[in-house]
Ligand binder design. Structure first.
Ligand code: NAD
Length: 480
C-alpha cells in the first residue's frame, strides 16, 4: 500500500518512529494509503533543516524567490490532472470541481505571491527637516502553516506561498484526512529545485504533530486554517509565548435574499453557495433568509434546482455532488439533519443518506438538504455543520434580516441579493462579517483582505496583508 512520507530537507523521509495512519477514500469507504504519523522527533529534523536553509533563503533577492515560485506554479499546472484526480480520491469531491477550483487556485495562489514578492515595498515616514524613518520588513524566520481538509492543496498553497515569498522557511502540516496532494506537491518542489529545507511538510494528526509544531520555540509564527475550537487551542498555546498567529476559522454564513433581487440568477447562485464542495467550504451559505413576499416562490425554485444536482462517483466527470470527507464527518452531518427535525424543522429537500451502486456502495454520500421552520436560536442555526445542510427562513424587513444575519457567534462571510444598491451599502457597513458579497458568492480577488470576525478568526490573509503577517516591521529612525 502506498505510504505518504514526510518531506524534510528536500527529501522524502519515513516517520522516525515508524508509525502510520490509515488514509480512506471517502467515495468507497476503503483504506487506500498510509500516512506518516509524525511526532516531535520528526519535527526536530524539520526544524534543523529549516534553520540551515533560513539565512540563504532570506538573503536571496526577492526576484529569485519569485522565479522559483513561478516555476512551482507552472509545475502545479502541468500536474493538474494528476492533482485533480488525487484530490477527488482523497477528499471525495467531484473531479471537475477539483480541477476547476482546487488545482486552478493552487497554481494561482503561488503565482500571485510570486508576483507579490517583486511588488512588496515598505513605508517611509518623513519628519521634514528633523529626520526620516523607514521601515524594514524582514522574514519572521521559521513559520508553521497548518491547513484543513476541505480545499486541501488550495488552502495549503494559500498559506505557504506568502510565507516563502517573504523569505521565511516553512514547516507545513496538511490535514491528516487529505494528505495526498501535499505529498505530490513535495515532489514538485524537488522537480523545480526549491532549495533544501526551505519548505518541509510533516504529516500526521493534530495532537501528534500539529500541537508540537505550534509549540516549538524555534517556530516564530503560526498561520492556521481550521475549526474554531482548534484555533482557540492554538491561540492558548502560542499567545503566552508571544508568537505571531493568524487564525482562519469556522463560519455560519447567511445569504440575504431581498424581493428586488435578480430572481433567476440569485436562485442559481444561492444554490451554488450552499452546496458547492458538498457544503464543505468555510464560506458556504448555511442560513438562507428570504424576504417574506417572495419566500414561497424562491423556496420552490431553489428546491427545483437542488433536486437536479447530480450525486455520484467523484471520478465521474458529470458528478456535481460527491462524498463527504470521512465517516466521522458523515455521521456528524447526518446527526445535524436529525437534530434539525428534533428542533422542529421540516426537511423540504434531501435529508437522506445515499447508497450508490458499484464501487461507491460504501461511500459517505448525503443528499443536499434544505430545512425550514427552525428558530433563529436553535443549534442547527447557530452551530457550524460544514456539510450539505442548509436552513431557509423568511424575514420581514431589512432590520429583521440584519438581526438574523448577525445573530450567531460567527462572522466570516455574508451575501446580499438585491438590486437596491443603497440598501446593499447600508447593510454592508452594519453586518459583522469579514467578507460581504453583493449579488455574488465566492468571487475572489486575491489582493483583498480575507478572514473573519468574532469566532471566525483573527487576522487576515490575502495580498499584502499576508506579506505583512510573515514579516517583522523594523522602524529605522534617522535624525538629520
Ligand atoms: P481542524 O481544526 O480539525 O483541523 C485543521 C488542521 O489543524 C488539521 O491539519 C489538523 O490536523 C490540525 N490540528 C488539529 N488539532 C491541532 C492542534 N491542537 N494543534 C495544531 N494543529 C492541529 O479543522 P478541519 O476539520 O480540518 O477543517 C474544517 C474547519 O476548517 C471548519 O470549521 C471550517 O470552517 C474551517 N475552515 C476555515 C476556513 C477559513 O478560511 N476561515 C477555510 C477552510 C476551512
Amino acid at each position: 500500500m502506498q505510504k505518504i512520507h514526510n518531506y524534510i530537507n528536500g527529501e522524502f523521509i519515513a516517520p522516525v518512529d515508524g508509525k502510520y495512519l490509515d488514509n480512506y477514500e471517502p467515495a468507497t469507504g476503503q483504506i487506500y494509503s498510509q500516512i506518516a504519523q509524525s511526532n516531535a522527533n520528526d519535527l526536530e529534523l524539520a526544524v534543523k533543516a529549516a534553520e540551515l536553509a533560513q539565512q540563504d533563503w532570506a538573503d536571496l533577492p526577492s526576484e529569485q524567490r519569485s522565479i522559483l515560485l513561478m516555476k512551482l506554479a507552472a509545475a502545479i499546472e502541468s500536474a493538474s490532472e494528476e492533482l485533480a484526480k488525487a484530490e477527488a480520491i482523497d477528499n471525495g469531491k467531484p473531479i471537475s470541481f477539483a480541477r476547476n477550483v482546487d488545482c486552478y487556485r493552487s497554481a494561482a495562489n503561488i503565482r500571485f505571491f510570486a508576483n507579490a514578492a517583486t511588488q512588496f515595498s515598505t513605508d517611509c515616514h518623513d519628519m521634514g527637516k528633523i529626520g526620516v524613518n523607514y521601515t524594514l520588513r524582514q522574514p519572521v524566520g521559521i513559520v508553521a502553516c497548518i491547513s484543513p481538509w476541505n480545499l486541501p492543496l488550495y488552502l495549503f498553497t494559500w498559506k505557504i506561498a506568502p510565507a516563502l515569498a517573504t523569505g521565511n522557511c516553512v514547516i507545513a502540516k496538511p490535514s491528516e484526512i487529505t494528505p495526498m496532494t501535499a505529498f505530490i506537491f513535495s515532489r514538485l518542489c524537488i522537480e523545480v529545485g526549491i532549495p533544501k529545507g526551505v519548505i518541509n511538510i510533516l504529516h500526521g494528526s493534530g495532537p501528534s504533530i500539529g500541537a508540537p509544531l505550534v509549540d516549538h520555540p524555534k517556530v516564530k509564527a503560526v498561520s492556521f486554517t481550521g475549526g474554531s475550537a482548534t484555533g482557540r487551542a492554538i491561540a492558548a498555546s502560542v499567545a503566552p509565548k508571544l508568537k505571531k498567529f493568524s487564525l482562519e476559522l469556522g463560519g455560519k454564513n447567511p445569504s440575504l435574499v431581498f424581493a428586488d433581487c435578480n430572481f433567476e440568477a440569485t436562485v442559481k447562485e444561492v444554490v451554488r453557495s450552499a452546496f458547492s464542495n458538498q457544503g464543505q467550504i468555510c464560506l458556504c451559505a448555511s442560513r438562507i433568509y428570504v424576504e417574506q413576499s417572495i419566500y414561497e416562490k424562491f423556496k420552490s425554485a431553489f428546491v427545483e434546482l437542488v433536486e437536479q444536482i447530480k450525486i455520484g462517483d467523484p471520478l465521474d466527470e458529470t458528478t456535481q455532488h460527491g462524498a463527504l470527507v470521512s465517516q466521522a464527518h458523515f455521521d456528524k452531518v447526518y446527526s445535524y439533519i436529525q437534530l434539525a427535525q428534533q428542533e422542529g424543522g421540516k426537511i423540504i429537500s434531501g435529508g437522506k443518506k445515499v447508497t450508490l451502486s458499484g464501487r461507491c456502495g460504501k461511500g459517505y454520500f448525503i443528499e443536499p438538504t434544505l430545512v425550514e421552520g427552525l428558530s433563529d436560536d436553535c443549534r442547527v442555526n447557530q452551530e457550524e455543520v460544514f456539510g450539505p445542510l442548509c436552513s431557509i427562513q423568511p424575514f420581514i424587513d431589512e432590520k429583521d434580516a440584519l438581526s438574523k444575519a448577525n445573530g450567531t457567534e460567527y462572522g466570516l462571510a455574508v451575501s446580499i441579493w438585491s438590486q437596491d444598491i443603497s440598501r446593499c451599502h447600508r447593510l454592508s457597513s452594519q453586518l459583522d462579517f469579514g467578507i460581504v458579497w453583493i449579488n455574488t458568492w465566492l468571487l475572489r480577488d486575491l489582493r483583498t483582505p480575507f478572514g473573519g470576525m468574532k469566532s471566525s478568526g483573527m487576522g487576515r490573509e490575502g495580498g499584502f496583508e499576508a506579506m505583512r503577517f510573515f514579516t517583522e516591521p523594523k522602524n529605522v529612525c534617522i535624525k538629520y
